[in-house]
Write a protein that binds this ligand. Structure first.
Ligand code: ACO
Length: 323
């Protein structure tokens, strides 16, 4: 059967690092509070004028280079983002032109923190339907632009960054020893709009708006939904938690990762954790974490990896991949 294999990855973080101590000089918070509640120690913040498409383009160029491919080899480009450069056109079309890709299709995917999983699932289905052969899937965000820097309950949690993966179709035998994406699982429940949303937009307020969140409620739903959607992926492939080599989770908060691991009966040593360094970069967090674990040699060919995310909407999802 036709499987989408991950043949390259790359990432980019803006050069400016903002520590918890620096934030504590601007809002009423402390390094201790932030580290204890979230595990976050620092975040990268885009420079003035540095946009989501700038971050996305660099991550994409690095992913293509690691795959030994050029922009013109790509026939599907998806940018998962909740912080596009402009209301339209899609940030993906800006990235497309900068990569020298003129054919195929480029569009954005909006599922906030789950965006990368939604984009990956979409690309996988295009590949399996033989409507694309080489897909570039990018998660890129500049959440610093939609934060209320006076709300200490949210502004300490997020950062900017981008990550990318190149997916390519390959004919495999069929079964859970195949290399490539084994399955993807997506969910949404729009009843929870109020718990995590941006209070602006072109059609409602004609402003960009700010992120608003009920942290405790989001936490509770996240742990339940993430454990459910990882279980769903394992059952669909006749696998159990013991078969998982690595979890590459969306990086929202260390306590969410710990609670999810516990619910699944997994040890924290099998979770890739970057939230301490990057904070929550929304749709960029999974490819950023993935690429860092590929680069330091933790992720290797043949490993069974589960990626999972949950975000505003609510949206949540998982992807089970044999590298
Ligand atoms: N520094 C110091 N004190 C703070 C800060 C801060 N940055 N933020 C809030 N507080 C205070 C509050 O004002 C409150 O004070 P009070 O008791 O005097 O009213 C106290 O700390 C406790 O606030 P809570 O919001 O109840 O704290 P909680 O333990 O729930 O931690 C947190 C807050 C870290 C946001 C937690 O709810 C959480 O992690 N939620 C998950 C949210 C998340 O990660 N969302 C990301 C997007 S969704 C996703 O990606 C899964």
């Amino acid at each position: 059967i036709l499987r989408s294999q991950i043949v390259g990855s790359g990432s980019y973080l803006p050069s400016r690092i903002v520590t918890n101590a620096e934030l504590a000089s601007k809002v009423d918070t402390s390094d201790d509070w932030i580290v204890e509640r979230t595990g976050i120690r620092q975040r990268h913040i885009a420079a003035d004028g540095e946009t989501t498409s700038d971050l996305a383009t660099i991550a994409a160029e690095r992913a293509l280079a690691s795959a030994g491919l050029k922009g013109s080899d790509v026939d599907l480009l998806i940018v998962a983002t909740a912080t596009p450069d402009n209301t339209f056109p899609a940030t993906a079309t800006k990235v497309q032109s900068r990569l020298g890709m003129t054919g195929g299709a480029a569009f954005d995917m909006q599922a906030v923190c789950s965006g990368f999983i939604f984009a990956m699932a979409t690309a996988d289905n295009f590949i399996k339907a033989e409507q694309a052969r080489t897909a570039l899937v990018i998660g890129a965000e500049t959440f610093s632009r939609i934060l209320d820097w006076e709300d200490r309950g949210t502004c300490v949690l997020f950062g900017d960054g981008a990550g990318a993966m190149v997916l390519r179709g390959s004919w495999e035998k069929g079964g859970n020893q195949d290399r490539g994406i084994l399955s993807t699982h997506l969910h949404s429940d729009g009843r929870h709009y109020g718990l995590l949303h941006v209070d602006g937009g072109p059609s409602s307020t004609q402003t960009v708006g700010h992120l608003r969140m009920e942290g405790k409620e989001v936490f509770r739903h996240a742990v339940t939904n993430l454990a459910q959607v990882v279980g769903e992926a394992l059952r669909a492939n006749d696998l159990s938690a013991a078969d998982i080599d690595w979890v590459v989770p969306h990086q929202a908060n260390r306590r969410i990762l710990e609670s999810t691991a516990k619910k699944l009966g997994l040890s924290m040593d099998r979770m890739v954790v970057t939230v301490d360094q990057h904070a929550n970069t929304s749709a960029a967090s999974i490819p950023l974490a993935f690429h860092s674990a590929v680069s330091d040699g933790r992720l290797n060919k043949g490993d069974l990896v589960v990626m999972e995310a949950m975000g505003g909407g609510f949206t949540w999802g998982s992807a089970l991949v044999r590298l």
